[in-house]
Design a binder for this molecule. Sequence first.
Ligand code: ADE
Length: 248
Amino acid sequence: MRFDIITIFPEMFQKIFSGGVIKRALEKGLIDIKVHNLRDFAFDKHRQVDDRPFGGGQGMVLKPEPIFLAVEKIRNDESSPVYLLSPQGRRFDFRFAENLAKYNQVILICGRYEGVDERVIQDLVTDEISIGDYVLTGGEPAAVVIIDAVSRFVPHVVGKMESVKYDSFSEGLLDFPQYTRPRVYREMEVPQVLFLGDHKKIECWRRRKSLEKTGRLRPDLLSAKELSEKNFLGKIQTEKKGMNNESH
Ligand code: ADE
């Protein structure tokens, strides 16, 4: 799987992929990341990548020609998706990430300044992607987020595909809590249930904790889930009200 990043700040990517799981995936040839300087595709007299907006207004707009030329040069296959990273895009999530991992090549264009000429959006890109409802100074951090999240779905990048499958979100729920040694730390005890060797009970406890946490921090995720799960959560909340001492 190959990622191509088009940016006017290629130096921003120098270190970010040089550690951890992504570094190993690069070394093993499971993924490839190529960073392209948009300025290398600006062939006018001043090698200009941006210009003032028609109609007036603040800031500069990225010009269409270098972006079209860059994509046309880089794209291996007509079916390779091309995404413009912008706060106006379709929201990136784990499903999007999983789907992108099926392609051999994904091209990411980092937006900048006040915007990008609309003809890029109209005629070149597959879609615009946003990583969240906030405005970054440019698409570069979003490209890093997307490459990281998509790479985890590329076979063999993460040791066990199981761990990707059971991660937060793949079931529409946040993760259950994890503990390791020591058993007691600053008077905080690891829940008893984890030492009983009863795997059914552990599974049930973990599910309950996941549902509780999701209900508290991301109720929007629960609304997309089965009614039975919501009922399960309702039951837990009623139970909790009746007992102060949480069952460990
Ligand atoms: N560029 C600026 N803000 C962005 C966002 N939220 N997601 C993706 N690209 C961006």
